[in-house]
Design a binder for this molecule. Structure first.
Ligand code: VAL
Length: 375
């Protein structure tokens, strides 16, 4: 029986003293301990999103635990970009691992099934990449630190239109995904509001490899700008095929395009893609540059928007856990809702009354194989 106590006589102490003796490092004495579950798309055609997300979270974890005010234990699950897998991961994390909170899942499509489940169970959940309309509105426990399409796309469209004097656009979108559909709704409504002529609306599905029929139709109509709502894998192939058939006009893309994977897949064909994002790695800001340096040293590549949002996402949880002073789900949910002017690498962050982040986007363009400020 004594052996089961792990050899330390402190271990036989009561629960109240456990906090002090639980961590042998001096730093974790008195630290609030909490378990956070992460659901990310880590295998398959969108694995680039999940890689960036988990890297960002792991870097934040190291820093937070080293500071010692809060001690976070992570449990990471792969959703493979699938609703059912995301849901069973959430059920495991909520019911078996007993996590205090969730980060993810990656896709809005996945959050549409995980969100209601987490909300019902009273588990505070932070979407760090879910940008479709209506995500924080799923419930009181659902937050996000990624700006919605409804804010990002109009900002990108306005800049593109001002710069190129655009009057005629074509729209292309994936009609089998919550996020790509939501981006399309915003593109269409914004084009109408701006008085642009929509020459055609073309659709595609996840995993499609040939877009020549849609692109030929678009080319024959001579648009000055193409609005495209896609995840990076489909989006990059669309741009590649468009350029190959001589469609050289600029593209405005939604959040899914905001990944270096687009450049990796499409190469020079990605030039001329305009996106809006809360993250710009070349920003002259000490906090941003320190993050870029540390991340690049640790993972051998530069962080993207998904890494940055996930990094801040875990910091927001750590802040809420610290302020709550305990790992209780309800207390952490309330503390998250109360966060005001938190200084992250994305900027100064607060949540609005539904749990959406309040932030201004920056408009970027891919030029010479790199994301640059679009001016
Ligand atoms: N932002 C998208 C979504 O909400 C992707 C790119 C993660 O589904």
């Amino acid at each position: 029986f004594l052996a089961a106590c792990g050899g330390g006589n402190e271990a036989t102490n009561s629960n109240e003293s456990k906090e002090q003796v639980g961590g042998d490092a001096e730093k974790s004495a008195g630290a609030v301990e909490a378990k956070i579950g992460v659901i990310a798309w880590m295998t398959g055609s969108g694995a680039g999103y999940g890689e960036a997300i988990t890297n960002g979270i792991n870097l934040a974890l190291e820093e937070i635990n080293a500071k010692g005010e809060v001690k976070i234990d992570l449990v990471v699950e792969d959703s493979a970009g699938k609703q059912e897998q995301a849901l069973s991961a959430a059920q495991k994390l909520i019911n078996s691992d007993n996590v205090t909170g969730l980060i993810g899942p990656t896709l809005s499509t996945e959050m549409n099934v995980v969100g209601p489940e987490a909300d019902l169970a009273g588990v505070p959940t932070m979407g760090t990449s879910t940008t479709a309309q209506g995500i924080p509105e799923i419930g009181d426990y659902i937050f996000r630190d990624s700006i919605p399409e409804s804010l990002a796309i109009p900002a990108a469209m306005q800049k593109a239109i001002d710069k190129y004097g655009v009057k005629k656009v074509a729209i292309m979108y994936g009609n089998d995904d919550v996020f790509t559909k939501s981006g399309f709704d915003t593109m269409k409504a914004t084009a109408e509001e701006m008085g642009l002529e929509i020459l055609t609306i073309e659709t595609f599905q996840k995993g499609q490899s040939d877009y020549n029929a849609q692109l030929t139709k678009i080319k024959n109509l001579n648009p000055e700008l193409i609005l495209c709502s896609a995840l990076y894998n489909e989006g990059a192939v669309i741009m590649d095929q468009a350029r190959k058939m001589g469609l050289t006009v600029p593209f405005v893309g939604g959040n899914g395009f905001n990944s270096p994977e687009v450049i990796k897949i499409a190469g020079d064909a990605a030039n001329g893609l305009i996106v809006a994002t809360p993250w710009f790695g070349a920003k002259e800001d000490a906090k941003v540059q320190e993050f870029v340096k540390k991340y690049t040293e640790k993972f051998g590549k530069e962080p993207d928007q998904f890494a940055a949002q996930a990094y801040d996402g875990l910091y927001l949880f750590a802040e809420a856990i610290k302020n709550a002073g305990e790992a209780d789900r309800d207390a952490v949910r309330d503390a998250l809702a109360e966060i005001k002017d938190f200084e992250g690498i994305l900027g100064v962050m607060s949540f609005d009354e539904v749990g959406d982040i309040v932030m201004d986007p920056t408009v970027l363009v891919i030029d010479g194989g790199q994301f640059k400020l679009f001016e």
